[in-house]
Design a protein around this ligand. Sequence first.
Ligand SMILES: [Mg+2]
Length: 184
Amino acid sequence: MIYPSQHRLLRSLLSPNLVCASIHDIPLEQLLRSGYTSIWLDVDNTLVGAHQREATLRTLNWIQQAKSLGYSVFIISNNRSQVRIDRICRQLGVDGLYRALKPFPHSLKDFAKVRKINLRRSIVVGDQLFTDVVVGNWVRAFSILVDPLDKKLSLLKTVQRELELFFLERLVGTSRKIRVRREE
Ligand SMILES: [Mg+2]
């Protein structure tokens, strides 16, 4: 039994503000005009495929574009490998967090506090509803769900993805309604 107040809470945590096919579809200029100044990016399956060591040139260009528009760009990853996340941060020229324990907001809040970043003026981007979108909504940032880069997911990830899509349909209405233009 879910009470209406719990349903509302669940819906507010699990509803992305925007669903995009990939980072390249994020309307950076429009969000900047709306007052957002920082972007927090998930790594695995959002910026880099789970089996890739480095970001593609296209991703590098996108990060560069976000920076030159004036955004502060950060990495927030649950990946436990400091080596992997450090390497990607260095390649992208950004600062970031590994082992961030999303969806819990504590490490994100601590990191933002030290750097005096207003999380309500931040955009949180990731491929997972239960971690990336929830942490973004928890800190009242603008949450964006992107499709995972790797279309072939492990069995566990496939089950999780199905559950995420189920919640998207049930709580938010169909995800297609808020999906923006697909990548050409
Ligand atoms: Mg991910």
